[in-house]
Design a protein around this ligand. Sequence first.
Ligand code: NDP
Length: 463
Amino acid sequence: MADFDYDLFTIGAGSGGVRASRLASLSGAKTAVAEEYRPGGTCVIRGCVPKKFMVYASGFAKSFRQAEGYGWSVGEPRFDWPAFRDAMAGEVDRLSGIYAKNLANAGVELIEDRAELTGAHEIRLVKSGRTVTARHILIATGGVPNRPEGVAGAEHAITSNELFHLDKLPEHLVIAGGGYIACEFAQVFAGLGVKTCLVYRGDIVLRGFDDDVRAFVHEQLKASGVRVITHAVFTSIEPSKREGFHTVHLDTGDELESDAVVLATGRDPYTAGLGLEAAGVEVLENGAIKVDEYSRTSVDHIYAVGDVTNRVNLTPVAIREAMAFVETVFKDRPTAFDYSDIASAVFTQPPVGTVGLTEAEARRTHGEIDIYKSKFRPMKGMLTAKPDWMLMKLVVRAEDQVVVGVHIAGDDAPEIIQAVGIAVKAGLTKAQFDQACAVHPTVAEELVTMREKWVDPTPGTAG
Ligand code: NDP
């Protein structure tokens, strides 16, 4: 049998790569992981973690306003971007260090270098020029922001990668896209006092989410001061007369002047220059690495997990794919991750929590369904000048009354959906939801107290 330098060589020390490497090493495999930038990957370095700090920072604007309704005098709040940015960067540094330490504690060799495949078992380390071999290879290189084609001057725009490091808070921010990143950042910057404009090519943001949730978020974007322009795309970006500003031209003929232009038009699998052809690894039309249910690529001993496979692009999913990979390859227990009923959140303000099927998907999949929904003003806002709204929605399969989807938009929705996701994953029925006694006074009690089926006032238009 051939000798290899490593039992497992992982490319990319993000959430998936780190988890797989640690578990493989702890199971006795000689493991190395190469990272060209910093351990932690998108989630820790330029995604979920710093993004959530920014959501918290931005959310204080509302808290100050609400406090007045409760008798507090707050004065004129001031926001210090460099102080916040540096504190956030410090925490990201700390977490990246923990990732590196956890790898070392598990006996994984962390190679701070770019790795490229040069053969089916062979990897070249670009900086050091060293070539190593491995029995198994795991590709966990994640994704990169895409830049839509046909936008002249797109190089003047930044992406979510750069938003965490801005020298100063912009006066005006224009953001392209209507997905997670566009919606989250539009409200972050609006909350920080930046004049923000979101330009979306469709009609209602968050395509793919439940229609009621989309309508809710769309309205809340506007209510939080974001100017939302729909049915429009960028055609070109050029420096404007004003120092540090750019003019964004839209296909509607409109022009927007801004000192920060952001593209949030999706992310692509990060495979550029990885040497996939040299190793014989096939990719799909969208550039994602083609894998089977065990995350195995077209080459038997090469696997891929996380965003580079473009399945469900969420950190916890990459981690679960990584765990299943280790079970399959190093513990001889073939394990496929079950992608059904993955709860997830969008950190808009207020945020969204969702699990299972949307109303439209449930109608397509199951035919007859029952809908329970409630839109109300949570108690916390009632003493304030501008009470919030909250939306709760249960999607129930009519034939057996199983709750196949839950959609929440409102404060604490991400926290609530984590718990209610357990019930949906377990396949509980509406009657079982109702058997649970309410916790009072909470917003979540609505989930177990909705008794009346929603009757569409305009039959034939639902879904
Ligand atoms: P999304 O795929 O969510 O959204 C992309 C947006 O850009 C859509 O609104 C899309 O429009 C629009 N778009 C795509 N191409 C073009 C184009 N050529 N011109 C104009 N608009 C375009 O991507 P994001 O960048 O927002 O996020 C990437 C991924 O990161 C997400 O899929 C998600 O998995 C992950 N993520 C998760 C978060 C969370 O869990 N909270 C937070 C942030 C990111 P259309 O709707 O018409 O397709």
